[in-house]
Structure formats: C-alpha cells, structure tokens
Ligand binder design. Structure first.
Ligand SMILES: CC(C)[C@H](C(=O)O)[C@@H](O)C(=O)O
Ligand code: SF4
Length: 471
C-alpha cells in the first residue's frame, strides 16, 4: 500500500466512487444505532419501502433515555418507553442485533462497540451521534452522522462525505500522577478552541498517547468533536490488538485475528506520512484540568488562575460563561464548592475509569450535602466492576450505584441537576442546560478529580490526596 496517513489509507480503501456532488461515497463497515437519532431514518426507509441493506453490519443499543434506577417495563416515562419500543420494533423488522438491557450487553453506544469487538482497526464506523470518534481509538475511521446520512447508510451501507485535512496532535512525555487522558484532550481543546479542528481529522500520536490504555485513548478520541474535529484516531498497536483479542469478535477465533492483523498493520500511518498540520503538547507540563466556563475549551489547570476573558478565544462568550458559573479571572478552580458528582458518560465510565475513581473514594465518605452517582458505561462494565467490589467501595462511601446509560451527561432521563446546582462531571459537555437545569453548572474534569470533589465537597487537586489502590 502507498505511503500516507491512516486516514488516507482507510478512506481510499472504502471509497466507492466520487458522486456528481463532488462528495465521495464511502462504504461503511459498522453502523451503530441508538434510540434518539434512528427513528426518523427508519421512518424514511419505510416511506420508500426500502430494506436495511446490511443488517449484519448494524448494531443497536439503547442509552440516552434509559432510566438508571427502576428499569421495569413499561418505563415510568412514557416518552422513553415509546422510544425504546420504537427501536425494538425497527431492529426486529430489520434483523439488527440489539444490545438491549435483557442481554447484559446494553450500554452507551461508544462503550458497547469497542467492548464487544465490533469496532476494529481500519474500519469505517458511523453512528448518528457526535461522539462516534471514540471508536477512532482503535484505528478506525469513525464519525458522527446526521439523520439523512443514517437513512443513506441504512438503505445502502454507504455514506457521502468530503475528504478532510489531517492534523497530527503529538503528545510527548509522561503524564504525572492524577493527570489523565481527559486532561490531554481538555488541553488540546483549550489551546485550539472549540472550532480549531474544523475541516480536520485528528491523529493523536506521540509517546504519551503510546503509553495510554485503550480506555485513555477512547477518552481522547471521544472529545475530538468538542474541538471541532470530525474524527480522531490513534494508530493501532499491540495494546489495540491485546484489547481486541479478548473481545467476543476474536476470543474464540484466533484464526480470524491472525488473518486481519496484517491489514491492521498496513493501515497505520507511515513514518514519512505528510500532515496538513502538526501540534505538539508536552505531557509533563499538564495538570488536572477543570472547566471554569460553558464550553469544553474553557478549562484551566486546577492550580492555575482562571484567565481574563480578553485572553480567551471568544472574549464575550468567556465573560458570559464566567458570570454563569460565578467565577472571576485570577481565582483558581480549587475550592469551588460542588453539589453533585457524576461519574459516567462515554468519555469516562469504563472499568479503568471506575477503578481509578474508586482508589480515591476507598475509605472516604461523600461530603455532606453532595449527591454522588456512578453510572457505569455498560452492563458489562457494571458487572466487571461489581465482580471486583467497586460497587461496594462507592456505595459504602455514599455514592449511588446505578444502571448504565447516558444519564446526567445530557439529562434525557430523570438524572438532572436542579436549580443552580454545581456538578463535578466526568462527561464531555458543559453547555448551559446540558445537565437538565438552565441555571445548573457543569465542571468537566477527569474521573479521579470527580471522586475527589465528591468526598471533599469542592474542587480538589487529587494529586494532594492519598489513594488506596488495593483491589
Ligand atoms: C443525542 C445525540 C444526538 C447527541 C450527540 O450527537 O452527541 C448526544 O449523544 C450528545 O452527547 O449530545
Ligand atoms: S454519554 Fe453523553 S456524550 Fe456520550 S453518547 Fe451519551 S449523551 Fe452523548
């Protein structure tokens, strides 16, 4: 194969033709479906009397609207019940595999795909969801699509799109204790802004990315869209293959694994690949980042001063954000009181995230007046966490241990902020109203920092806290 980036190679490999519009038609290897963005698209197929072209390349889950407390059917919320019923009907008719709660495989779509081995290197992965870039952590070309594109993919197994530029984001050095992948991506977005990635796909590389776990790589790729990039990916390596070997796709099929590995190796970016832009970040300099505003770009190192609005990408927005959150330039986020701690979302609710948070929580108690909840990313994560007693660690400390779903990441179920509550959140968006209340305030941070805030009742530099990591 010719020299180039993973993006070029996977794109070219999947290109069917150039359309009269000038866009390229790409073949889709995996189409992930959830209840919020698929109903309309299924409806459009029905209107045209079309079948789903590749049900075997399509996989559904339910995540946004599921209750995380009582899940008895019918759900207490009529709208949620209706959305799940509609999805059930659509997938049944089309013959699409569905990780529903009864399977023990249900979870947030971006947790489910990787853990079942559906997401593989060198694949094109699409989903009607902006955080689809998560799957890029496996060296897949993964992007979020809109309703009409979902319709196209359902009907044809292909999607129309334009080729993007590639920016390599090199993260060199070593992340300190208490500093995580989440801080890397918050730093990328802080530096380049929420639209710095417009027109680009991000390739994350460098020694710090190489050292990260697959979970960490997923956290980074997950938030690519928050920096404006259409997709983000990491070249596959031994860590990727180790993860894949343990998944449903390959656990009992080492021959298939051996057959595919040369392809996975071949789509890695070549050493002499050319990039449209390169940005380098020094991992050694990073500290845990906490957002002080209402976009994921408005973040600051926990011991660093909140910037003057004039020094921000968008001064007016920064001024309004500081007013909304109630912070002033020159202060630090350390000590900012919190009412709620949310450990969840497709950014940071995988087993390793929960383990890390548990190490901070173990032997401590949730601060008085703080409501703290853990919402595992999937039923498999939940079961694995329970098998090692993490649920007990959290429960004993006073956290609620819930069933999997998007939950308070976007508050499409009962898990919502009330009034002007402040939430220390491991999720990816802090927009006004995101967690259910327009006066609510969301402070994005890494999962250990959320755990620290839960037990101290305020934003706390987790690096100053003793941890107990014995399982
Ligand atoms: C509901 C869905 C369309 C949305 C997205 O596209 O990202 C959601 O997952 C989010 O995080 O805001
Ligand atoms: S967890 Fe949050 S970001 Fe992820 S898919 Fe659900 S709503 Fe979107």
């Amino acid at each position: 194969m010719s020299s180039g980036t993973l993006y070029d190679k996977v794109y070219d490999r999947h290109k069917v033709t150039t359309l009269p519009t000038g866009q390229d038609q790409l073949f889709v290897g995996l189409h992930l479906v959830h209840e919020v963005t698929s109903p309309q698209a299924f409806g459009m197929l029905e209107e045209r009397d079309l079948d789903v072209a590749y049900p075997e390349r399509t996989h559904a889950t339910v995540d946004h609207i599921v209750p995380t407390g009582n899940r008895d059917r019918p759900y207490a919320d009529d709208a949620a019940e209706e959305m799940l019923s509609e999805l059930e009907e659509n997938v049944r008719e089309a013959g699409i595999e569905f990780s529903h709660p009864g399977t023990g495989n249900q979870g947030i779509v971006h947790v489910v795909g990787p853990e079942q081995g559906l997401t593989q290197p060198g694949m094109t992965v699409v989903c009607g969801d902006s955080h689809t870039a998560t799957h890029g952590a496996f060296g897949a070309l993964a992007f979020g699509i809109g309703t009409s594109q979902i319709r196209d993919v359902l009907a044809t197994g292909t999607v129309a799109m334009e080729k993007a530029k590639v920016r390599q984001v090199r993260v060199e050095g070593e992340l300190g204790d208490g500093v995580s992948a989440k801080d890397v991506i918050l730093e990328v977005i802080r530096r380049l802004g929420t639209d710095g990635g417009t027109g680009y796909v991000y390739e994350y590389a460098g020694s710090a990315i190489d050292s990260l776990s697959m979970e960490g790589r997923m956290s980074i790729c997950n938030m690519s869209i928050e920096g404006g990039a259409r997709a983000g990916y990491v070249n596959p390596d031994e860590k990727t293959y180790d993860w894949l070997r343990e998944t449903d796709a390959f656990r009992d099929d080492p021959e298939r694994f051996a057959e595919l590995k040369p392809y996975w190796e071949s789509i890695r970016s070549d050493d002499d690949a050319e990039y449209d832009d390169v940005v380098t970040i020094d991992a050694n300099e990073l500290e845990p980042i906490v957002t002080w505003g209402t976009t994921p770009a408005q973040g600051v190192g926990v011991t660093q001063p909140i910037p003057e609005p004039e020094d921000c990408h968008s001064p007016e927005t920064a001024r309004q954000a500081q007013e909304h959150v109630g912070v002033s330039p020159g202060e630090t986020m350390e000590g900012y009181p919190v009412d709620v701690a949310f450990l969840g979302s497709c950014t940071n609710a995988r087993l390793r995230d929960l383990r890390r948070a548990a190490a901070v929580v173990r032997g401590r108690e949730v601060a008085e007046g703080v409501r703290a909840l853990v919402v595992p990313g999937s039923q498999r994560v939940q079961a694995a966490a329970e098998a090692e007693g993490l649920d007990e660690v959290f429960r004993e400390a006073g956290f609620e241990w819930r069933d999997p779903g998007c939950s308070m990441c976007l508050a499409m179920n009962d898990d919502q902020l009330e009034g002007d509550e402040v939430c220390a959140s491991s999720s990816n968006r802090n927009f006004v109203g995101r967690q259910g209340s327009t006066e609510g305030r969301t402070l994005l941070m890494n999962p250990k920092m959320v755990a620290a805030a839960a037990v101290t009742g305020e934003v706390t530099d987790v690096r100053t806290m003793r941890e107990v990591t014995t399982a």
